[in-house]
Design a protein around this ligand. Structure first.
Ligand code: MRU
Length: 344
């Protein structure tokens, strides 16, 4: 298999390594994914995360197994198990379904070729999204974002963060407001880390400050990623996104979703058909860190911990995809059927 050396994923000698995103930014620890159970646990434990990245990582892991000689039957079993590792991001299902079809058609060699092409294409899709989104950003904009949608979350430069990065590369003098993204702090840990490495000016805020910042500072637009976009444009993304969209509408900030076509799910008519992952109470009762778990809530505090929410299409001003940018009237007319995406 082709060697890879990304910010969060490496392949050499038919072995997949992932940076442990739960340890970032203070510890850069690489995990060698030895078997399918380890891959499932890495996805479920958010050691690897972000909608496009979990599909790509699972696909490349299976390709390493195929390259090391695994047979079609065991690959088919592993595919089915990985497909269920997390329920909300449709990109994982998209990738596993493409691999299953390739395995059926051309055996393990077909699976390897498809996995590598999915990863290469994801990087190309990120570039197209970045170009499509950045052209709309004006000089000096203040942009808010949520969760992590950058190079850690994709095989390329990212989705929402890719748009931000491209606008910065175009010398647009933007400033980014980063929501910390409770409970697992993907914004405070990962987005802040990525923006710092790229030299993009940013300010970190806690999620509960977002509406107040919109009221006291000029926020021109909010750009977020997506885990699944229904046919009517309703969008599942990290918990807290819906509240941001409500606040953005009230304060007159544009609200935009950036995603590749692999995040579209034409099978879901609207957001009510999207399964929302429920996670462990421990994530809200306290925090797990490199130094061990710190619990602040009563040991038996009842918790509700959905990992994602649904932002209704009517609160979204545009969907920045690889093929084009769609506004609400396009989407109401059924434009979100993106076919094979920007690269066929
Ligand atoms: O639970 P996570 O960290 O995998 O959630 C990720 C998000 O919600 C991202 O915003 C989304 O997947 C887009 S990543 C390009």
């Amino acid at each position: 298999m082709e060697a890879r050396d990304g910010i969060g994923l490496k392949i050499s000698n038919d072995t997949l390594q992932l940076i442990d995103q739960t340890q970032l930014p203070h510890t850069e620890q690489w995990l060698t994914i030895a078997d399918t159970q380890a891959m499932i646990e890495a996805i479920h434990g958010l050691k690897v995360r972000g909608a496009p990245m979990i599909g790509i990582a699972a696909a490349l892991f299976l390709a390493t197994k195929a390259s090391a000689g695994a047979g079609a039957d065991s690959l088919a079993d592993d595919l089915a198990r990985l497909r269920d590792a997390r329920p909300t991001a449709v990109n994982l299902m998209f990738a596993m379904d493409r691999l299953a079809a390739a395995l059926e058609r051309n055996g393990p060699a077909g699976l390897i070729e498809t996995a590598e092409s999915l990863a290469d294409r994801d990087a190309m899709l990120c570039e197209a999204i970045a170009d499509n989104g950045a052209t709309r950003i004006a000089h000096g904009e203040q942009i808010m974002t949520h969760c992590n949608t950058g190079a850690l979350a994709t095989a390329g430069i990212g989705t929402a963060l890719g748009v931000i990065r491209r606008a910065h590369e175009q010398d647009k003098a933007i400033h980014v407001w980063v929501n910390e993204t409770r409970p697992l702090l993907q914004g405070g840990r990962l987005t802040a880390w990525e923006l710092g490495r790229l030299g993009i000016p940013y300010t970190l805020i806690s999620d509960s400050m977002a509406a107040a910042v919109m009221a006291t500072h000029r926020i021109d637009r909010v750009i977020v990623g997506a885990d699944r976009i229904a046919a009517n444009g309703d969008t599942a993304n990290k918990i807290g996104t819906y509240g941001l969209a409500v606040a953005a509408r009230y304060h007159g900030a544009r609200f935009e979703v950036a995603a590749p076509y692999t995040t579209l799910d034409p099978e879901c008519d609207d957001g009510s058909a999207i399964e929302i992952e429920q996670r462990s109470p421990a994530e809200v009762q306290g925090v797990a860190g490199a130094a061990g778990a710190l619990r602040w809530a009563p040991i038996d505090a009842p918790v509700y911990n959905p990992a994602f929410d649904i932002t209704p299409a009517e609160l979204i001003d545009s969907w920045i995809l690889d093929i084009d940018v769609f506004d609400r009237t396009d989407v109401a007319g059924g434009a979100l059927d993106a076919g094979g995406g920007a690269f066929g």
